[in-house]
Design a protein around this ligand. Sequence first.
Ligand code: ADP
Ligand code: ZN
Ligand code: ZN
Length: 702
Amino acid sequence: MSETLQAHDTVLRVAVDAPQHSGLIDPLDYLSPGPLPPGSLVRVPFGRRETLGIVWPGNSASEIDPASLRPIQSTLDALPPLSRTWCRLIEFAASYYQRSIGEVALSVLPPQLRDLDSQQLKLRLKRAAKLPVGASIGSPGEEVSVTDAAGPTLNPAQAQVLAELDALLQADVPQTAPAPVLLYGVTGSGKTEVYLRAAAHALSQGRQVLVLVPEINLTPQLEARFAERFAGRRMVSLHSGLTPAQRLRHWLSAHLGEAELVLGTRLAVFASLPRLGLIVVDEEHDPSYKQQDGARYSARDLAVYRAHQEKIPVILGSATPSLESWQRANEGRYKRLVLPGRIGGGALPRVRLFDMKMLPLTKGVTTALTAPLIQALRARLERGEQSLIFLNRRGYAPVLHCGECNWKSDCPHCSAWRVFHKGDRTLRCHHCGFTERVPFACPTCGNQDIAPLGRGTERLEEQLAETFPGARVARIDADSTKHKGQLEAALQAVHDGEVDILVGTQMITKGHDFRRITLVAAVNPDGALFSSDFRAPERLFALLMQAGGRAGRDAEQAARSEMWVQTWHPEHALYKALVQHDFESFAKSQLAERASAGLPPFAHLALLRAEGRTVEVAKGFLDAAAAFAQQLPPASQVLIYPCIPMSVARVANVERMQMLVEAASRGALQHLLSMWMPELHALKRTHKGLLRWAVDVDPLAI
Ligand code: ADP
Ligand code: ZN
Ligand code: ZN
């Protein structure tokens, strides 16, 4: 099938989306009638089909006879090539997270790009260039004639932060990358204003700005503020909620250098930005920056890598930084800049711990709506203020229960309960999706008196409506916002003051700027205190601080703003720190615990997971993998723990096991993984019944 080899044919490396386990050398070699610049998009034969590929930098090292190579079919030459730094970012991500270059490279391009030929692409390029914009756009070297809106006069703390940022940028050795900046300040301390100023600075130099946010739908205000400040500039968003056509258009606009601002979720860290001058990572601690399948990358960490490589500043902003970033700042590797208080002197809400042990107990029945909380809510209703109640569990009740025979609504396919959803009268498994109508009677003994145990947001919403007839109660969680536009509508209603009490999961704790909220209540947050996941307290603290940040953003309301925490463990150090709004002492004690337990950021982890039809198969694979690893030279610097079932061990009739790998040095861990992983593809073939395996480097949840 290969055509006759011409004397002038060149061998080029081309990254294609070949599965990692194919055993193919990555990138693959192809013949080209002449050289092509690295980063060029091409169409190549792959197996029996034709696929999109990227000409990869570097020379082929394979010893395949060129005569047996297949030729590149066509070049999408309408598109400027992807840059070398972009290719290097991909190479780094692939090697660090143990995936193939081709897989990572192709998976982060807009999917529509795969199906276009050169003609269609030209058309799209024209459209991308026509994205609406208010005023003229500068291109490289051209004078930029846009005046950005001015913004408020900076307060002294902001001015100082910006002066320090400027100093970092004007480092005497322009060849070295500026240190990453950790911008630390509570909600409302003016971080976003700092991002806006730093962005204005980069834009005025004709550079592009990349702003990463955890979830774009939850933070419409940030987008609105950038759009308002930079009304004359071209801004695009990049996230998974776009239609394929939008995503392509926005991506092209960034790649062509026409979009000056790109605002996006984690996948935007891979945007092609030829004149990138600044990266902002807002809420840098947020778990959604970590991709949870495929290449399990951390967009925050890749942003830091990318900024370093491109020698540009990166700002990581948070009121509760990740302990990884906090520790790097402690070590002086990141530059910590602090905004110490709320703008306008607004106080943070007073945190009140309500000791559940003080409640008179009736028959062991607990309640989320305690009498004092009801009182506090009533006071808000009377004053026309809003309240927000946070309960991190959706559905009506986590389980249905029969008091006669002890039947519980377990999922037949998972080691988990099915959740009772009263709205559509279903029992729904949140792991495999298995859904049935609620039975009229106990399926085991026929008892008609089966009752919900525990409480989810749906039930709390119902109880609130019963307790406060006439109050406007709304709920925001994954169930109530399934359909397009529902979330935006609900947020708008709260914003417009059409809601008195808002109930929801952690979705409601994120960046919304609700101005009339004076009470935030966490009714049942204790679970995270005793989780087997060592990061659970860190996440809980961040969530509660963030939830508290929703209250009292107007100075005059701040005075009567409260954060209410119902707990069985008011003496817990986490809550003690919360009462003081004291992230720093919380971080200090957590870091001390992590250091003595040898956990991140003082150690580096990878998690090897295996899924099989039986526990034996999954375990057999992991045990064999461990035995193999022990033979590798870096094994002496790495600790491999015995494998254990995942916290939900069985999902959809698949047994799931995991094995933790720990090393004191990142280098040793990476060294081991790079020698180990390729062998596991072969090992899988000898373990019949093994469905999948995957490695998670720097896993977030253990
Ligand atoms: P954060 O991002 O830390 O939550 P913001 O930048 O959103 O803080 O600032 C909080 C509020 O204060 C916003 O409404 C913002 O417009 C306003 N603000 C920020 N900086 C100033 C300033 N220097 N002067 C007046 N208002 C400001
Ligand atoms: Zn029963
Ligand atoms: Zn299930």
